[in-house]
Design a protein. Sequence first.
Length: 91
Amino acid sequence: MFAKKLKDHEILQIMRAISDPECEIISIFRKVTDPEVVINSQDMEERYVLHDFDIEGFDYLPDNSTVIYRKEMLKIYGPKYAQDYMFRGTR
């Protein structure tokens, strides 16, 4: 719901917060799944999948990446994001 609506510049904002402020996006795949992102960070290729409330990293994922990811998503989507996170599965 949230991850699938992210615009390219918002994905870049998230990736720069999690990986490297200078990283660049190589590709974003948006077929059936949540966005799959490939970035170039310090001459290394990194792959991620963005879900509504979590992020998957295939090689390099900081220990606090989920917290950083949720903070960035909150900046983008505001209180609705936090509300949906808090009440998911209770409706």
